[in-house]
Write a protein that binds this ligand. Structure first.
Ligand SMILES: Cc1ncc(COP(=O)(O)O)c(C=O)c1O
Length: 414
């Protein structure tokens, strides 16, 4: 299929579209904002950047290995697969990967601006069906925004517990505007989640974190959509940011189920990326004080750790880390060259693919399809977006002053 011909999957909401793949929820209980149906966008600039990174890898003598060799090497050594940077002995050489095809699954275009809406539509519908009147979640921001919106629609009171001063402004504004009761705890996300788990064990309130399997059920529909948009086939690679690890778990479940149902014949290698300052799975230990500009994935002890490891190992994929600089550079590439605005956490998928390409990971994978999941919209985090470009030039309000200011800034108009 030519890159420009990616069909748009229209959505009456994930339950209307993929209800046959979800445990049944009664029609009267369904809460939807017509989430899902997000575009899969061809990414020529990212594909080009991957090609450049591949070419650079070719000229280096590090001899990084691709997935097939990695799998073989790891199986024979008995070490866990994809647990970090993959390199073969120096001098093995690379053949380059012209034509790796990169697509962006722009989940930031969901109703509240993130992928969370898929899981929230289903989890809130089930909570309504079960008669819950109050729901709670811990959040790095997007879960609270989504929970607040869907609960508002369902007539359920939402309580959100967030780490104080650690979530992006847009997300907090959403939760507040949708009428959630927001509790900012003096601690990090992991501590907020511990409180929420405790609250749920003491009171009859619905849990809206991805520990609730209904969230995973809803989110797995994104994997179905990707396959449908690729014309009934799975991508070769699925790159995704990893925080609490619910989403990578959900995608893997979705791909496996689609294969079981005969909708696709293969599943992708799962490529998960954590931020370097918050990379417990990569480091193999919980991180007590996770740090990264990508606040959405600033998580030190992921609740779905096992699910992420299973996705990696069963698919023969990788979970790796990317630095804040790599994340911001990927953000800038997406914004300035693709016209796609994402919050920092989302760009971890693209940053990770570029990192692997630099290491020669995709060597020999000509024409392979890589889908990068872009989990949240850039408007959520205006402070981070301002770091991507130049500050406004201030000038007097007349044409000559504006022309002079532009010339001084090195932007001639002719
Ligand atoms: C924008 C964004 N990207 C990625 C993630 C990570 O998803 P998960 O926690 O399911 O790994 C989150 C979670 O909050 C998010 O908001």
């Amino acid at each position: 299929m030519p890159m420009s011909a990616v069909p748009h999957v229209s959505s009456g909401g994930i339950i209307a579209t993929y209800g046959a793949y979800l445990p049944r929820v009664g029609p009267a209980a369904v809460v939807t904002l017509r989430e899902g149906g997000t575009p899969l966008i061809e990414a020529r600039a990212v594909s080009e950047a991957v090609r450049e990174a591949e070419a650079a890898a070719q000229t280096e003598t590090t001899g990084a290995v691709g997935p097939a060799e990695a799998l073989e090497a790891v199986e024979s050594s008995g070490r866990p697969r994809g647990s970090g940077t993959l390199r073969s002995p120096a001098g093995a050489g690379t053949s380059g990967t012209p034509g790796l095809r990169v697509y962006l699954k722009y989940e930031g275009l969901n109703p509240t601006g993130s992928f969370k809406d898929r899981g929230m539509a289903y989890a809130v519908s089930r909570a309504r069906e079960a008669g819950y009147r109050v729901a709670v979640c811990a959040s790095t921001g997007n879960t609270s925004a989504s929970a607040a919106a869907y609960c508002a629609r369902a007539g359920i009171r939402s309580v959100v517990v967030i780490p104080e001063a650690a979530i992006a402004a847009g997300k907090l504004a959403q939760a507040v505007a949708h009428g959630a009761v927001v509790v900012a705890v003096r601690g990090n996300f992991d501590q907020a989640l511990a409180v929420v788990r405790d609250l749920v064990s003491r009171h009859r309130i619905a849990l809206l974190n991805s520990l609730n399997p209904d969230r995973i059920e809803g989110q797995k529909t994104a994997a179905f959509e990707v396959c449908d948009q690729l014309g009934g086939r799975a991508p070769d690679y699925l790159a995704i940011p990893v925080g609490n690890a619910g989403n990578i778990t959900a995608y893997w479940k979705g791909f496996c189920e689609y294969r079981e149902r005969g909708k696709v014949t293969s599943v992708p290698r799962m490529l998960g990326f954590q931020a370097a300052g918050a990379a417990p799975i990569v480091e193999g230990r919980p991180i007590e004080r996770p740090q990264t500009i990508a606040t959405a994935i600033r998580i030190g002890n992921p609740a779905s750790w096992k699910g992420a490891v299973a996705a990696r190992d069963e698919s023969g994929g990788v979970i790796d880390s990317v630095t804040d600089d790599e994340i911001l550079n990927a953000c800038r590439l997406l914004a300035a060259r693709e016209g796609v605005l994402v919050e920092p956490a989302s760009a971890a998928s693209v940053a990770g693919v570029l990192k692997l390409a630099r290491q020669g990971y995709f060597r020999g994978q000509r024409g392979a399809t890589v889908v990068c999941v872009l989990t949240g919209h850039g408007l959520k985090d205006p402070d981070a977006m301002m770091r991507l470009g130049s500050s406004p030039i201030v000038a007097e309000a007349d044409t000559a002053s504006v022309e002079a200011a532009l010339a001084a800034a090195g932007t001639p108009l002719d």
